[in-house]
Write a new protein. Structure first.
Length: 365
């Protein structure tokens, strides 16, 4: 077994009683595996189907017992055969075979290595239970996900292949205004389309793989319950209003990003802290407009322009350091900030001239 399976088995030995309390078990798993969101979601999806209780009552754990859970995960959640097979084998082997000492024919293989549980596959080669809808991607060879036909769409774990064809994109408008609560994208998907998840009021967790290169316009706009997101290190572009109106509290834009659209995090009323990559030479227009709780923004020495209304209405922003490299500040960039707002800048800098001209308080360093 590898580390996750070993740690899960140790958790079951230590906290077996927690299995009888859904809230307690859910909190425990998330607390013990904070950096393994995908595995945690797979684990909990099987748990919520009642696998722990069925293992407790089973006298013999074999392929027939295990495959009905594999099939249900694929049918109801559109989970890939590889993921469903792996997580069910983890439950059967770790809990049934090891902790409870039951007769168990199921072994755990390395995640993604192939089926340990025998079951069905169509003659076409398409994985049984693939409930996603696709179209040909404009990114070249591959498919774009356009929707999901499963009845259980609260948690969606995207597949990176359909049959023998790679899945490389989540298409425009594909999950717009849906009831999706968790979206877990798998390695290989490189693009999230325009409005892909916009208006998903219940969406509170998004897991992005390192293969993501672009997040397009309004991809997550108005996802009010999305409180955090980790942007991958290979990300190159973020479109207009991509995270506008979300519940983000902080966001770190990776150094790999070379282009950001306007209003990316505008109206994020819970946003408090932002880190700007050093290769960005401009704060786009409307970037932080309406971020009423924004208190800290770190600007780097390569920045040369702050766009119009970039910090408009940031009523909690009371201090900012403007580097000497800034040579242009757009109209109303700092209008309606905190009443005590102060710019820190150098003597003779463009920022000093801007502050005096627009009657902002400033402090020379």
């Amino acid at each position: 077994m590898i580390i996750f399976e070993q740690d899960f088995e140790e958790m079951l030995w230590k906290y077996q009683a927690a299995l009888d309390d859904r809230k307690k078990f859910t909190a425990l798993v998330k607390d013990l595996f904070p950096d393994q969101a995908k595995n945690v979601n797979l684990l909990l999806m099987a748990y919520n189907m009642g696998i722990a209780q069925d293992i407790q009552s089973a006298s013999y754990i074999n392929n027939t017992f295990a495959f009905r859970y594999v099939k249900q995960l694929m049918d109801d959640f559109g989970m890939s055969r590889v993921n469903a097979d792996w997580i069910i084998s983890v439950w059967c082997f770790c809990y049934g075979g090891k902790v409870l000492g039951k007769a168990c024919d199921i072994s755990v293989q390395k995640q993604g290595s192939g089926p340990a549980i025998q079951g069905e596959q169509s003659s076409s080669g398409k994985v049984y239970g693939d409930l996603f809808e696709y179209k040909r991607s404009q990114r070249g060879n591959g498919l774009a996900v356009t929707g999901f036909r499963g009845s259980q769409n609260q948690t969606i774990i995207f597949q990176n292949r359909s049959g023998n064809t790679p899945v490389v994109e989540v298409a425009d408008d594909s999950f717009c205004n849906s009831s999706t609560e968790e979206a877990i994208l798998t390695e290989g998907i490189a693009s999230i389309g325009r409005n892909a998840f916009s208006g998903c009021d219940k969406l509170h967790q998004v897991v992005l793989p390192i293969s993501i290169e672009e997040i397009n316009d309004s991809a997550f706009e108005n996802c009010r319950n999305l409180k955090s997101v980790s942007l991958p290190g290979a990300l190159k572009t973020i479109g207009n209003a991509a995270f506008k109106g979300t519940g983000l509290r902080t966001i770190a834009i990776p150094e790999s990003v070379f282009w950001i659209g306007n209003g990316v995090v505008a109206d994020c009323q819970l946003l408090e802290h932002v880190t700007i990559p050093s290769n960005m030479d401009k704060i786009p227009e409307h970037m932080f407009e309406g971020c009423i709780n924004l208190k800290k923004v770190e600007l780097h020495e390569r920045l040369n322009e702050i766009g119009e209304r970039a910090f408009f209405g940031c009523s909690s922003l009371d201090f900012i350091v403007i580097p000497d490299s800034v040579k242009k500040i757009g109209k109303n960039a700092f209008t309606n900030t905190d009443k005590q707002f102060i710019m820190q800048c150098s003597f003779g800098s463009y920022a000093e001239e801007y502050a005096r001209k627009n009657k902002f308080k400033y402090q020379l360093v």
